[in-house]
Structures are given as structure tokens and as C-alpha cells.
Write a protein that binds this ligand. Structure first.
Ligand code: NAD
Ligand code: TYD
Length: 355
């Protein structure tokens, strides 16, 4: 197959491309705008492979994306390009509307026109796989239930609302035009190459630098964490074996309170990096409770039984093994971290945590 992957220079997109290039014979075109979150260094292990290609393009650029479809002739589109950070969506929603909603609309339209002109045999094989989040379901307050594929949408933040809108557009393009779409809604990912604005990489990097570890509110919010390589494997399985028009929830049944995640990272660092920055006796002493996020979702938890029963997917990593691998990776790759800590990263940290 020729697989067009949008947002392939991001955290999950790069894991997906590494997986496809290393484990299959497909050709991949990575279409990415390279925002602050896009980093081609995350693809250094596949860049020399002749089956990997890159195009520096914005998904909202209709003409450029149309040209790419005509040149590359994709058999499948895997759409990951998005603005993804909840805190940034609170202070600057406009870019989330533009990329996540308008961008998805453009991509659907271009895909539809391209697909309508394919010969019949290729038309029936074509797939548009939309990669979404469990945050579209809102949060689970005062309940021990889980998000299933039929949980009603109730997004809380500008980010999750923009993703919910994009999911609705994708379903409408199937119902109205017959475009063969598949959706996945996944829980919080963690692992190597994760941009350090998100909780787990921020905690690791700040701890190693002897800086405060910011915990929002009381730290009791719950997230359901999945190792990114398990997600990449699930995405490929859904693309190749999932049913048209279906959505699949992806998660590892791994609910953790934020404070426990931060404590766990501190314990792992005590083992793996016992020599600490000057003046620090224990990493956990750096934990600092800070102002809560507005509209902060309390609990996310995924019921992943459908993908397990129908496609046979289960995660390979548990939280201890995945988190230890992740902490080790950040310790062993200081140059990746240094390169990312550029002007834009520092601007965000200063604006968000020091205001
Ligand atoms: P990320 O922020 O790390 O990467 C996003 C990528 O999209 C970047 O490479 C960026 O340059 C690119 N991009 C942004 N705007 C673009 C545009 N207009 N045109 C082309 N490229 C653009 O995101 P991620 O964590 O890898 O998430 C990927 C997808 O998975 C997103 O759609 C997100 O909603 C979804 N998702 C993420 C998580 C998670 O925990 N990170 C969980 C579930 C679902
Ligand atoms: P994040 O990694 O931003 O993912 P999401 O908001 O998509 O779930 O945040 C994960 C959880 O960690 C969330 O409940 C907010 C919390 N958090 C902190 O407590 N401190 C921080 O500095 C950050 C970035 C997040």
C-alpha cells in the first residue's frame, strides 16, 4: 500500500511511521506542517529508507494537499495531524479550530474527490482512518464506569471539542458520501519522543534538571495510560482489519492518579539516575502543587474490549515496564531533549507556569 500519514512528525505519528516502515513493506508519505510539536529527528531511524517520504505541508492548504494525493496515489490515509495540548487550547483555541476542524474537513473533501475517481477495485480497498481521542467523551465523575464506543460525546476543553467536531465530520462523510472511514479513540499515550509540555515527559525532564514538578489542583485526576508503541500497533491493525464505519476504543486498562504517576517517575529516577542535581536529596521533594486547569476532566477510562474481541489486540507493555523504558529513553537521549528546548518551548513554559 501507499499510506499517507498526516502529523507523522509528532509523538504518535512518528511511532506509527517507525512501526510501518520497520515491520511492513508499505510505502509511507509523511505530510506534516512541522509546528512546534513536529520533529523530524524522531524519524531518524527510517529517514534513509526508500519507502519513507516526507512533505512539509499544512493540511489546510487545499491545493498542495490535492497535488500530493495526485502524485502519491494513496491507498489509505491515516490522519493524525492536530493541535493536541489541552492547556494551549485554553489560551489559544483558534489554531485548534483551524487545524482540527477545518483541516479535517479539507482532508475529507480532498479524499472524497480522489476516492470517487479511483477505479472500482481500488475504491473498495481505500480507507480514511481518523485518529481521535477518548477526551471526546468528556469525563467520568463519581462513577466507576468506562468509555465504550457508544458513550455519548460530551467534550470539555477547546481541544476535545475540536476533536469531537472532527469525528462528527468523518462519520458524516461516510453516511453522506460513502467515503470508507474508520475511527479510533485512544486514551493518554506515553513513551519516547513525547514533547515535554505533557505530564510524563515534563516530569522526567524537570526532575533531571532539579526543577519543580507541577501537579495541577489536588493531583487526584485519573488518566488511563497506554504505551505509544502499543497504540501504533493497534492503529495498523485497525487500518488493515477494522470494519468500515466502525470506531474502536484503544486503551490498556491502566488508570492512574496524576500524583501517583509523578511519584512513580520519581521512584524510577531514584534507581536509574541516583546522582541528582546539586541540593536535591530526593526527586519527590520537587513535587509542587500548582493552580488547577480550568474545566479539568476528572477521570478518563477506556473499555477496550471491542478491539480485543474483534481484532485480537492487547497491549504488550504494562505501566511499570513502559514507564521504566520511557524514563531510560529520556536519560539516554539528552540531545533530543536539548534540541526541542528551543525558543517556542521556553516561551510556553515561562508563560504557562510562571504567570
Ligand atoms: P503531537 O502534537 O505530538 O503531533 C501533532 C503533529 O501534527 C505534529 O507533527 C505537527 O507538526 C502536526 N501538525 C499540526 N498541525 C498541522 C497542520 N495544520 N498540518 C499538518 N501537520 C500538522 O500529537 P500526538 O500526541 O502525536 O497526537 C496525534 C493524534 O493522536 C492527534 O490527532 C491526537 O488528537 C490523537 N491522540 C493523541 C493522544 C495522546 O495521548 N497524545 C491520545 C489519543 C489520541
Ligand atoms: P496532559 O499530559 O496535558 O494530557 P491530557 O490533558 O490530554 O490528559 O495532562 C495529563 C494530566 O496531568 C492532566 O490531568 C493534567 C495533569 N498535568 C499536571 O498535573 N501538571 C502538568 O504540568 C501537566 C502538563 C499536566
Amino acid at each position: 500500500m501507499n499510506i499517507l500519514i498526516t502529523g507523522g512528525a509528532g509523538f504518535i505519528g512518528s511511532a506509527l511511521i517507525r512501526f510501518i516502515v520497520q515491520h511492513t513493506n508499505h510505502r509511507v508519505l509523511n505530510l506534516d506542517k512541522l509546528t512546534y510539536a513536529g520533529n523530524l529527528e524522531s524519524l531518524s531511524s527510517v529517514v534513509a529508507n526508500p519507502r519513507y517520504h516526507f512533505s512539509h505541508t499544512d493540511i489546510t492548504d487545499y491545493q498542495a494537499v490535492t497535488q500530493i494525493f495526485n502524485d502519491f496515489q494513496p491507498d489509505a490515509v491515516m490522519h493524525l495531524a492536530a493541535e493536541t495540548h489541552v492547556d494551549r487550547s485554553i489560551t489559544g483555541a483558534a489554531q485548534f479550530i483551524q487545524t482540527n476542524i477545518v483541516g479535517t474537513f479539507q482532508l475529507l473533501e480532498i479524499s472524497r474527490l480522489y476516492w470517487e475517481n479511483l477505479e472500482k477495485s481500488k475504491q473498495s480497498l481505500f480507507r480514511f482512518h481518523h485518529i481521535s481521542t477518548d477526551e471526546v467523551f468528556g469525563d467520568l465523575v463519581n462513577t466507576d464506569s468506562y468509555f465504550t464506543e457508544s458513550t455519548p460525546y460530551a467534550p470539555s476543553s477547546p481541544y476535545s471539542a475540536s476533536k469531537a467536531a472532527s469525528d462528527h465530520l468523518v462519520r458524516a462523510w461516510l453516511r453522506t458520501y460513502g467515503l470508507p472511514v474508520i475511527l479510533t479513540n485512544c486514551s493518554n499515550n506515553y513513551g519516547p519522543y513525547h514533547f515535554p509540555e505533557k505530564l510524563i515527559p515534563l516530569t522526567i525532564i524537570n526532575a533531571l534538571a532539579g526543577k519543580p514538578l507541577p501537579v495541577y489542583g489536588n493531583g487526584e485526576q485519573i488518566r488511563d495510560w497506554l504505551y505509544v508503541e502499543d497504540h501504533a500497533r493497534a492503529l495498523y491493525l485497525v487500518l488493515t482489519q477494522g470494519k468500515i464505519g466502525e470506531s474502536y476504543n484503544i486503551g490498556a486498562h491502566n488508570e492512574q492518579r496524576n500524583i501517583d504517576v509523578v511519584q512513580k517517575i520519581c521512584s524510577i529516577l531514584e534507581q536509574l539516575a541516583p546522582v541528582k542535581p546539586q541540593g536535591i536529596s530526593h526527586y519527590k521533594n520537587l513535587i509542587t502543587y500548582v493552580k488547577d486547569r480550568p474545566g479539568h476532566d476528572v477521570r478518563y477510562a477506556i473499555d477496550a474490549s471491542k478491539i480485543k474481541m474483534e481484532l485480537g489486540w492487547t497491549p504488550k507493555e504494562n505501566f511499570d515496564s513502559g514507564l521504566t523504558k520511557t524514563v531510560s529513553w529520556y536519560i539516554e537521549n539528552p540531545e533530543w531533549v536539548e534540541n526541542i528546548q528551543s525558543g517556542e518551548y521556553l516561551n510556553w513554559i515561562n508563560k504557562h507556569y510562571n504567570s
